[in-house]
Structure formats: C-alpha cells, structure tokens
Write a new protein. Structure first.
Length: 118
C-alpha cells in the first residue's frame, strides 16, 4: 500500500510518495516533475530533501520539460570527458550537492543559479 505525504520545505512545496515501484530497485529515490518518489524502506534526511527541493526549484524555473532536455544534453556532453562521473559534473547536480547542507539556500537563491555551475 502506498503512503503519501505532502510537505512544505524551504518554501518549495514537494509531494513525497513512498512506494516499491518508483524508482527502480537499486535506487533510493527520484524527483520527477517535483514529486519525490522514495522506496518504502529509505530514510529521508534533511540534506536529501533540501537537495531535491533545489532540483524542484530548477525544474519550475525551466518549465519542467526544459530541465529534462537540458539535463540529458549536458550529460551527453559531459560524458565524453568525465565518463561515469558525468552525473556529478552536471550544473543542476553541482548546485544541488554544493548547497544541500544550507537550509536557507532556497530563500536566497536567484533564478537560474545553476548556470554558475556550468
């Protein structure tokens, strides 16, 4: 049975859905269009919620679909020099990882801040 939880975190509304289907087995969580899907047995930390809230803000400012288009294109470009580490070198991920500990980051974040991480 799915348990649904809605939270507001740092002025970024995010719905969290615990389930055993999304993401695929072997992954703990995924943020799809601002909905945070988490495997039932995963404990969510404040750091992880903040990381995903930053992604939700990025998605909103890029009208969601452009987030995914940009993400894939940037990953393809960065795969050549970084290989399996391309994920960690994406501008969206760099912004989210580097600010995941800062609980006030979203309160002060300027639009399109991920561009500073290109």
């Amino acid at each position: 049975m799915k348990a649904r939880i809605f939270i507001e975190y740092n002025n970024c509304n995010m719905k969290i859905v615990y389930n055993n289907i999304i993401p695929f087995e072997g992954f703990a969580a995924i943020n799809l269009f601002g909905i945070f899907f988490v495997r039932k047995n995963v404990i969510i930390s404040d750091r992880l919620i903040n990381h995903e809230s930053i992604h939700t803000a990025q998605m909103k400012e890029t009208l969601f679909i452009f987030f995914y288009i940009w993400y894939i294109i940037e990953w393809l470009i960065k795969f050549v020099p970084y290989g399996g580490e391309a994920y960690y070198n994406l501008s969206f991920e760099r912004e989210a990882y580097q600010n995941a500990e800062n609980k006030d980051y979203l309160k002060n974040r300027k639009l399109f801040s991920f561009l500073k991480y290109l």
